[in-house]
Design a protein around this ligand. Structure first.
Ligand SMILES: *Cc1c(COP(=O)(O)O)cnc(C)c1O
Length: 387
C-alpha cells in the first residue's frame, strides 16, 4: 500500500482496545502478573508485551510499530528525546578503545557527546568532511572503527553525503552505519533502504510536529535492534506515555504537513536567493546546492528547514532585523507548525572542514503559515538590516 495509507493505518488495532480508533494512554510503572509462571515467562523476554512501565506501554508499542513500518525497519526503539536516541544508539557500539567516524556537519550535542562522555569512556572520535568520497573515507577506517555516523543533510549547513556509497564501504569493514535522519523523516529519506543500519529521529521535530513534546525514536535493522533496545533500556531511557501519544498523533498527519513545510521553505529560499542582502542559500532541493544531484537521487522531498548566509553585517543590524520579526520566533528546535529563525555560527561546530563564510548564517524553519505573509515579514526584516 502507498505511504499515505500506511501512515494512517500503521500500528493500529482497534479490536484490541474496545473499538477505540487510538491506543489507550496507560500511566504505568507496575505491571501485575497473575502467577509465578506468568512472571517467569515474561522475564524471559522483558521487551515483548507488558513487563514494567519503563519497558513500554501499549501506546509505545503502537508508536514503535508505526514508525518502524514507515522505514521498513525490523524494530523501533523509543527514547525520551532525540539526543537520548543518539546516545542510546552510539552507546550500543561504544567500548574502550573504539574509533568512531562522525560527519563534521553533525548536530552539535552529538559532537559534545562524542568529545565528552564517550571520550572519557575511551572512545576516539574522528570527524570527516561530509562530502568525502568512499575511497577517501576508507583510508580513515582502522581495525578499531565501530561506527560511521552520518547526518544528511546536516541541520545547520545542509551538506549531503553519498550515503549508499559510504555505507557500502563501511559494511565491507564490518562497521555499523548510523544516521541522524531527523531532517528528512522516514517519508523523504528511507535511510535503511540506503544502507543505514540504525536510523535516528528526533521525533520532537516533525513527528510530534506541534512543539509540545520531547521524543526520540530509533529505527533499526534486525542485526542491531536488540543491542539498541538493550542500550536504551540499560540506561533507563523511557518516554512518558502522553508524549508518545503526541508522537503517534503527529505521525498520522505527517503526510499532509511535510509537503506544506516543503513548498513554503522552497518559496522562502527562492525569494531570499534573489535578495541583495543574501550571499548564499543552503537548501539541498535548489539546483545551486553543491550536492543537489545526490539529493535528487536519494531523497523523495525536502522538509522545511534550510539556511541562508547573509553578506557581512554588523550585530546591530542583525538584531534590528531579528528582534522585530512578527511571524518568525527565535528559539531552538524546529519541525512544529510555526516558523522559526535562528542566527547560528557554523564555524564553531566543525573541526575537519573550514566554514569559510564571512557573514552571519540564519537558519530558517518554514512553518504552516501563508508563504506570502512570511516573505513580507522577512522583507521588512531585511530592510531593517541597513539601519
Ligand atoms: C533537535 C535535534 C536533535 C535532538 O533532538 P531533541 O529531541 O531536541 O533531543 C537531534 N538531531 C537533530 C538533527 C536535531 O535537529
Amino acid at each position: 500500500m502507498k505511504r499515505a495509507t500506511r501512515l494512517v493505518h500503521a500500528g493500529r488495532d482497534p479490536a484490541a482496545q474496545q473499538g477505540m480508533v487510538n491506543p489507550p494512554v496507560y500511566h504505568a510503572s507496575t505491571v501485575i502478573f497473575e502467577s509465578l509462571d506468568a512472571l517467569e515467562k515474561a522475564s524471559k523476554n522483558p521487551f515483548e508485551g507488558m513487563y514494567y512501565g519503563r519497558n513500554g506501554t501499549p501506546v509505545q508499542f503502537a508508536f514503535e510499530s508505526a514508525v518502524a513500518e514507515m522505514e521498513g525497519a525490523f524494530g523501533a526503539v523509543t527514547t525520551c528525546s532525540g539526543l537520548a536516541a543518539i546516545t542510546a544508539a552510539l552507546m550500543s557500539v561504544a567500548e574502550q578503545g573504539a574509533h568512531f567516524l562522525v560527519t563534521d556537519n553533525v548536530y552539535g550535542p552529538t559532537r559534545k557527546l562524542c568529545d565528552g562522555l564517550l571520550r572519557r569512556l575511551g572512545v576516539t572520535t574522528e570527524y570527516f568532511d561530509p562530502t568525502l568520497s568512499a575511497d577517501a573515507l576508507e583510508e580513515r577506517i582502522t581495525p578499531a572503527t565501530r561506527v560511521l555516523f552520518l547526518e544528511a543533510p546536516g541541520s545547520l549547513t545542509f551538506e549531503i553525503s553519498d550515503v549508499p556509497a559510504l555505507a557500502e564501504m563501511a559494511h565491507r569493514h564490518d562497521v555499523t552505519v548510523m544516521a541522524d535522519n531527523t531532517w528528512a523523516t522516514p517519508l523523504y529519506f528511507n535511510a535503511l533502504e540506503h544502507g543505514v543500519d540504525v536510523s535516528i529521529h528526533a521525533a520532537t521535530k516533525y513527528l510530534v510536529g506541534h512543539a509540545d513534546a520531547m521524543l526520540g525514536v530509533i529505527n533499526c535493522n534486525e542485526a542491531h535492534y536488540m543491542a539498541v533496545r538493550k542500550s536504551a533500556a540499560g540506561m533507563g531511557y523511557c518516554a512518558g506515555p502522553d508524549d508518545i501519544y503526541l508522537g503517534l498523533r503527529g505521525l498520522r498527519t505527517l503526510g499532509q504537513r511535510l509537503p506544506t513545510h516543503e513548498t513554503t521553505a522552497l518559496a522562502l529560499a527562492d525569494w531570499l536567493a534573489a535578495q541583495p542582502e543574501i550571499a548564499r542559500v543552503l537548501h539541498p532541493a535548489r539546483a545551486d546546492h553543491p550536492q543537489h544531484d545526490l539529493f535528487v537521487r536519494d531523497f523523495a522531498g525536502s522538509s522545511g528547514l534550510f539556511a541562508v548566509v547573509l553578506k557581512p553585517v554588523g550585530r546591530g543590524g542583525l538584531a534590528a532585523m531579528l528582534d522585530k520579526l512578527e511571524l518568525f520566533g527565535m528559539g531552538f528546535s524546529w519541525g512544529g507548525y510555526e516558523s522559526l529563525i535562528l542566527a547560528v555560527d557554523p564555524s564553531r561546530s566543525r573541526t575537519a572542514t573550514d566554514w569559510g563564510e564571512d557573514g552571519p548564517t540564519l537558519r530558517i524553519h518554514a512553518g504552516l503559515e501563508d508563504p506570502q505573509d512570511l516573505i513580507d515579514d522577512l522583507a521588512a526584516g531585511l530592510k531593517r538590516l541597513h539601519r
